[in-house]
Design a protein around this ligand. Structure first.
Ligand code: AMP
Length: 138
């Protein structure tokens, strides 16, 4: 197993070294908006303690993160009047992972609306508005 690297983007977000649009946090987890949203309301949930992904996470980290994923999935679904929610999670580069700090994607979904292509920067003002809607639904 490759070691956790402390200079990954999400570790920097946790340390406050780079900005993020935070929507929720508790003692163990943080939820913030994805800057390349594949759907309106696309957010990420991470543990505050280090682990690369599901392969090296402790049961306690997984439990804390999935509790917050559920809380945010319910809030995001309500905030966007969505019919469903897609939850994505990738492990190591071969598994599609690009940032090596455990994270779950939460994507509100509407019937017949495809996810947008990955890798395109979102409009930060729109993302801030989406975050506010989710906070209000929490
Ligand atoms: P993956 O590791 O494949 O789950 O992809 C990493 C995700 O992190 C992508 O959806 C990116 O858009 C997102 N991302 C990368 N940098 C940032 C950032 N600074 N703030 C919020 N989301 C980010």
């Amino acid at each position: 197993m490759t070691a956790y690297e402390t200079d990954n983007i999400f570790a920097k977000i946790l340390r406050g070294e780079i900005p993020s649009t935070r929507v929720y946090e508790d003692e163990d987890t943080l939820a913030f908006m994805d800057i390349m949203p594949r759907a309106d309301g696309h957010l990420l949930v991470i543990p505050k303690t280090p682990c690369r992904n599901v392969l090296d996470a402790s049961p306690a980290q997984l439990e804390a993160v999935i509790r917050t994923v559920q809380k945010l999935a319910i809030a995001a679904k309500a905030a966007f009047d969505a019919e469903g929610v897609t939850i994505q999670q990738f492990n190591e580069a071969a598994g599609g992972q690009e940032v090596f700090h455990l994270h779950f994607h939460v994507l509100p979904r509407h019937e017949g609306v495809a996810l947008r292509a990955p890798g395109k920067m979102g409009d930060m003002a729109a993302i801030a508005g989406h975050a506010e809607k989710i906070r209000a639904a929490l």
